[in-house]
Design a protein around this ligand. Structure first.
Ligand SMILES: NC(=O)c1ccc[n+]([C@@H]2O[C@H](COP(=O)([O-])OP(=O)(O)OC[C@H]3O[C@@H](n4cnc5c(N)ncnc54)[C@H](O)[C@@H]3O)[C@@H](O)[C@H]2O)c1
Length: 283
C-alpha cells in the first residue's frame, strides 16, 4: 500500500507508547485516524491532541480482549469514515513469572489482550477490507520476544510467538489480494508497558500473595524501559513497512536482539539445545 493520504487508519492501544506514536504519524501522513484504547482519559487526551493538530479523528473506548467491543470498533469506523485501510493491532500488556508459578490469571489476561485482541481485530476488519477491494494493510504488533526465547516470561513470550505465527499465516492467506500484512517486532522501547498492571481487569488481578519472581522481573523491565528507543522510531519503521509491503519489521540489524534471534534459528536448524546469548527477563 503506497498511498496513505485520506485513507483510514485504526490503531488499538492508541493512547500510549507505540500506538500513540503510530497515530501521530498516520495523522501527519494525512490519514483519518480511529483511536482505540481501554484507558479512557488517556484516549481522550490523544484524541484532543490529534484533533488540535488538524486531523480527522475519532476515539472509541475498546477492550480488545472482548469480541463485541472490537466488532463495535469496526462499526464505529465505518459509521465515521465509511472505510478501513490500515489496521494496527497494537494493544498489549506484559506480565512475568516462572511458568509453573505465575498465576493462571496472568496467562488469561496476557493472552486475552495480546493474542485474542489481535485475532478479534483481524476477524472484524479483514472482511470489510476484502469487500472494499482497495489497497489495505494490517500491522500486528508482536515483539522481538516473538522470535527469541528467555526464562521467566512465558505468558508474554508465548503470546508474542502466537502473534508471529498468526501474522505469517495471515500473510499467506491474503497474499494474492489487496491486503498486505506486517508484524512489528520492537526491541526495548520507552513506553508505559512496564506499568501494564494499570489496565488489568479486577477479576484477573493477582491474589494477595505476590509472586516474588514476577515482581522482580516486572520492576526490572519498568526500569530498563527508560533506556529504550523513542516510540517514534517504530512509527517510521511501520510506515516504511506498509509502503514496502514488508512482513517482518524487526529490530535494528546487528543489534543484540537480532543476535539472539539468529542463535535461536541456528539452534532449531541444527536441532541443537539452546546455546548462545539470551536477553533475560525483558521483552
Ligand atoms: N515497549 C516495548 O519495549 C515493547 C517491545 C516489544 C513489543 N511491544 C509491544 O508494543 C505494543 C504497545 O505497547 P507499548 O510498549 O506502547 O505499551 P504502553 O503501555 O505504553 O501502551 C499500550 C496501550 O495498550 C492499551 N491497552 C492495554 N490493555 C488493553 C485492552 N485490553 N484493550 C485495549 N487497549 C489496551 C493501554 O491502555 C496502552 O495505551 C504491545 O503489544 C507491546 O507488547 C512493546
Amino acid at each position: 500500500m503506497k498511498e496513505l493520504r485520506d485513507r483510514v487508519a485504526i490503531v488499538t492501544g492508541a493512547a500510549s507508547g507505540i500506538g500513540l506514536a503510530l497515530s501521530r504519524r498516520f495523522a501527519a501522513e494525512g490519514m483519518r485516524v480511529v483511536l482505540a484504547d481501554v484507558e479512557e482519559d488517556a484516549l481522550e487526551a490523544a484524541r484532543r491532541e490529534l484533533v488540535d493538530g488538524g486531523a480527522e479523528t475519532i476515539a472509541v473506548r475498546t477492550d480488545v480482549s472482548q469480541v463485541d467491543q472490537v466488532s463495535a470498533l469496526a462499526e464505529a469506523t465505518l459509521d465515521a469514515f465509511g472505510k478501513a485501510h490500515v489496521l494496527c493491532n497494537n494493544a498489549g500488556v506484559f506480565a512475568a513469572g516462572a511458568s509453573w508459578q505465575a498465576p493462571l490469571s496472568d496467562f488469561e489476561w496476557v493472552f486475552g489482550v495480546n493474542v485474542w485482541g489481535v485475532l478479534h481485530g483481524i476477524r472484524s476488519f479483514v472482511p470489510i477490507m476484502l469487500e472494499q477491494n482497495e489497497p489495505a494493510h494490517i500491522v500486528n504488533t508482536a515483539s522481538m520476544a516473538g522470535v527469541t526465547r528467555a526464562p521467566l516470561v512465558s505468558a508474554y513470550y508465548m503470546s508474542k510467538h502466537a502473534v508471529v505465527s498468526l501474522s505469517e499465516t495471515l500473510y499467506l492467506e491474503l497474499e494474492d489480494g489487496p491486503i498486505g500484512v506486517s508484524m512489528l517486532c520492537p526491541e526495548v522501547i520507552n513506553t508505559r508497558i512496564g506499568r501494564s498492571e494499570r489496565n488489568r481487569p479486577p477479576h484477573l488481578k493477582r491474589g494477595e500473595e505476590e509472586e516474588p519472581t514476577s515482581t522482580l522481573v516486572e520492576s526490572s523491565l519498568a526500569e530498563a524501559i527508560h533506556q529504550g528507543l523513542d516510540p517514534s522510531v517504530m512509527a517510521d519503521r511501520v510506515v516504511n513497512g506498509i509502503r514496502d509491503d514488508q512482513l517482518y519489521i524487526l529490530s535494528e540489524e546487528g543489534g543484540a536482539w537480532r543476535e539472539v534471534c539468529n542463535a535461536r534459528l541456528d539452534d532449531i536448524r541444527l536441532a541443537r539445545n539452546p546455546s548462545g546469548p539470551v536477553i533475560a527477563a525483558t521483552n
